[in-house]
Design a protein around this ligand. Structure first.
Ligand SMILES: NC(=O)C1=CN([C@@H]2O[C@H](COP(=O)(O)OP(=O)(O)OC[C@H]3O[C@@H](n4cnc5c(N)ncnc54)[C@H](OP(=O)(O)O)[C@@H]3O)[C@@H](O)[C@H]2O)C=CC1
Ligand SMILES: O=C(O)C1=N[C@H](C(=O)O)C[C@H](O)C1
Length: 250
């Protein structure tokens, strides 16, 4: 084992699906020291006992906000993976990032990051003649829709395409063909699906389907732990996957 100091990590949302995965993998990682875990009902102020630690948080918008509000005075950095954030949580993270390092990503898998790069490239190469439809599928317990990943991929597609509006589902009472400018968004929910995302690029006589499928939650947790190690040496600021792995644009 190397002599490098271990990254001290706290896990917020520790009883949840992601939290349990993180606790298991953090305990197995020789480069990580798990200093504390917090869940619903625990006081976020307990983090003040661990200045210099990185709090990894996969919980809920209120959990994100609570952590962001305490992190600067506690002296802890933030890795947040929670999706479906409200404006108050987003503002709190931005505010915290002026005082401590903050890393956010709607999807901590490297594969989804690469999917975003491929989407940007495919849209630029195919031109405006291809219609864009984004379909995501998740387990029956997911509360936010569309997924944070779908929204991130859609925003990449919007930038690559220029002006494009998001159309969520299709209303049965509205008899109208799609416009060339829209991006259709579709959220499937059920069973134990970890997370699938497909962008359809639909042209005349041909179509492309760019898909990422997660088959376990370990990949998200590995991404978050990697982000925590990297973040522990960064100055205050707001970081994302592009800082961790680069854009990889050709
Ligand atoms: N960025 C990424 O790569 C990924 C992001 N996610 C996102 O992470 C979030 C959590 O997902 P998941 O683990 O599946 O959800 P779970 O519901 O399984 O777990 C969330 C946990 O956080 C707890 N919690 C909720 N609010 C607070 C709070 N205010 N303070 C402390 N603890 C709190 C919950 O407690 P209780 O149940 O009692 O409310 C629960 O134990 C979601 O937003 C999801 O979309 C998920 C996977 C990957
Ligand atoms: O809630 C989940 O499970 C997931 N949430 C994230 C999202 O909303 O994109 C990431 C992943 O797809 C799993």
């Amino acid at each position: 084992m190397s002599d490098a100091p271990r990254t001290r990590v706290a896990i917020v949302g520790s009883a949840g699906k992601m939290g349990q995965t993180l606790v298991r993998l953090a305990n197995e990682d020789p480069e990580i020291e798990l200093v504390t875990v917090l869940d619903q009902g625990d006081a976020m102020s307990a983090l003040a006992a661990f200045p210099g630690a990185v709090a990894i948080e996969f919980s809920s918008p209120s959990g994100t906000r609570g952590l962001a509000e305490i992190a600067p005075s506690a002296g802890v950095s933030i890795v947040s993976g929670t999706t479906g954030l409200d404006d108050a949580a987003v503002r709190a993270l931005d505010e915290a990032s002026r005082k401590v390092p903050v890393f956010t990503a709607a999807n901590m898998s490297i594969g989804v990051h690469v999917l975003g790069v491929l989407i940007e490239r495919a849209i630029a190469m195919l031109g405006p003649g291809f219609d864009l439809e984004l379909v995501e599928a998740h387990h029956r317990r997911k509360v936010d829709a569309p997924s944070g990943t779908a929204l991130k991929l859609a925003s990449i597609a919007q930038s690559a395409r220029g002006a494009a509006s998001l159309v969520h589902g299709r209303r049965p009472d509205l008899r109208a063909a799609r416009s060339r400018e829209e991006i259709g968004m579709h959220a499937v929910r059920g069973g134990d699906v970890i997370g699938d995302h497909t962008l359809y690029l639909l042209g005349d006589g041909e179509r492309l389907e760019l898909t990422h499928r997660a088959t376990n939650r370990d990949l998200f947790a590995h991404g978050a732990l990697r982000a925590a190690k990297w973040l522990s040496t960064q100055p205050p600021g707001h970081y994302g996957m592009e800082h961790l792995v680069g854009s990889a644009s050709p």
